[in-house]
Design a protein around this ligand. Structure first.
Ligand code: FMN
Length: 171
């Protein structure tokens, strides 16, 4: 039987949260990723970079902007050996400057995603999915990228109903 994978990037530390800066012990995207795992029984995999981003929010947004401009592919701490056996892959990330953090590009470009179904979900402070679905379609060659779910980051913990309605369209 095909298994379900939930792969996500989420940054703990200072973040912009409902109009002010808040120190998050659990990332917003991580909260939603865990909900999807509970709802589907899917396996969770957290993408993490070798070099951490600054905990300070304003320094981090500068670091992320530079990476986006340069088309960086930050080195990751670890990969899954392969994605065999997973036909359905939920891909979760915060909106960083209008798309996914570059670390998600590093991760996804590492694999052959031909024939996989990609279900994107994105937490953000108002920009929605940004251009992330377009970018996913470009890098996940041969995969079917479905319409994603946008969640306001500050409401991640209270979004279970919305998340479940979306998940049930596919699983
Ligand atoms: C580097 C950086 C860039 C961001 N850029 C945007 C943005 O362009 N649009 C937006 O709505 N939110 C933006 N945000 C806010 C995050 O998308 C939002 O707080 C998200 O829920 C964080 O998820 P996480 O806790 O899983 O990392 C940005 C946050 C950071 C740290």
């Amino acid at each position: 039987m095909s298994r379900i994978l939930i792969v996500y990037y989420s940054r703990k530390g200072e973040n912009y949260w409902n109009g002010s800066i808040k120190n998050l012990s659990r990332g917003n995207t991580e909260i939603v990723a865990e909900m999807i795992s509970e709802l589907t029984g899917g396996d969770l995999f957290e993408v993490d970079t070798v070099k951490s981003y600054a905990s300070d929010y304003y320094t981090c947004i500068d670091e992320a902007k530079k990476e986006l401009r340069e088309g960086a592919r930050p080195e990751l701490k670890q990969y899954m050996d392969n994605l065999d056996g997973y036909d359905t892959i939920f891909v979760g990330y915060p909106n960083w400057w209008g798309t996914m953090p570059m670390a998600m590009f590093t991760f996804l470009e590492h694999y052959d995603l031909n024939g996989k179904r990609i279900l994107p979900f994105c937490t953000n402070e108002g920009s929605g999915m940004g251009g992330s679905e377009r970018d996913l379609k470009q890098i996940c060659k041969g995969a079917k990228v479905e319409n994603g779910l946008s969640i306001h980051g500050a409401e991640a913990a209270g979004s279970r109903g919305k998340v479940e309605t979306w998940v049930r369209k596919f699983v």
